[in-house]
Design a protein around this ligand. Structure first.
Ligand code: HEC
Length: 158
């Protein structure tokens, strides 16, 4: 009986490690409903590519990471415990800020930034990866993005 419990505990630990590792390496293990559906696909994620996108696509104008970037919106440091670890929750929260984000893009960039699903997966991976975030420096910012941060967004933010 005792050894059976140990075995059960070991198995759940092994399952936990597998899921944890898969999440860290970006191959998300979906719940069984999704897992069983061969038509659904789950992206590989690159936090390194996400770092570049975070700067180039302008997230950094309003959200700081590693003390780089604006302070209009909450920082997206991985160490920020309020920050969602669930990608769907993350983008649901982002969606709520969409109105302001789109206005700024039109005002300062003159166009709406476009994302592929892969881009969003990589940006999400970057927001979850503290060691990759430590590598974000001022020198990663393209000039036109740095100008917007230095001058402040051209439309007022609440
Ligand atoms: C124009 C400024 C601006 C830009 C650019 C911007 N955001 Fe936001 N973001 C906001 C604001 C404002 C909120 C709402 C903050 C709040 O509700 O407290 C927000 C909310 C969020 C949230 C939810 C945070 C939370 O704690 O609930 C996430 C996640 C997010 N943005 C991600 C992004 C990403 C990723 C990008 C780049 C693709 C981006 N944002 C670009 C202003 C911006």
């Amino acid at each position: 009986m005792k050894s059976a419990i140990h075995r059960k505990q070991f198995l759940s630990l092994a399952a936990f490690c597998t899921i944890g590792f898969a999440t860290l390496t970006g191959s998300v293990t979906p719940s069984h409903a999704a897992q069983d559906d061969p038509k659904m696909s789950w992206p590989q994620m690159s936090a390194e590519r996400g770092k570049d996108l975070f700067a180039e696509r302008g997230c950094v104008v309003c959200h700081a990471v590693n003390n780089v970037g604006g302070d209009i919106a909450p920082s997206l440091d991985a160490s920020n415990m309020d920050q969602s670890r669930n990608p769907f929750e993350f983008f649901a929260r982002m969606w709520r800020g969409a109105d302001e984000m789109l206005h700024l893009q039109q005002a300062d960039l003159g166009y709406q930034v476009d994302f592929s699903g892969q881009d969003l997966a990589d940006i999400f991976a970057f927001t979850q990866d503290a060691s990759m975030q430590e590598r974000l420096t001022q020198s990663d910012l393209p000039n036109h993005i740095r100008d917007i941060i230095d001058n402040g967004p051209s439309i007022p933010m609440e």
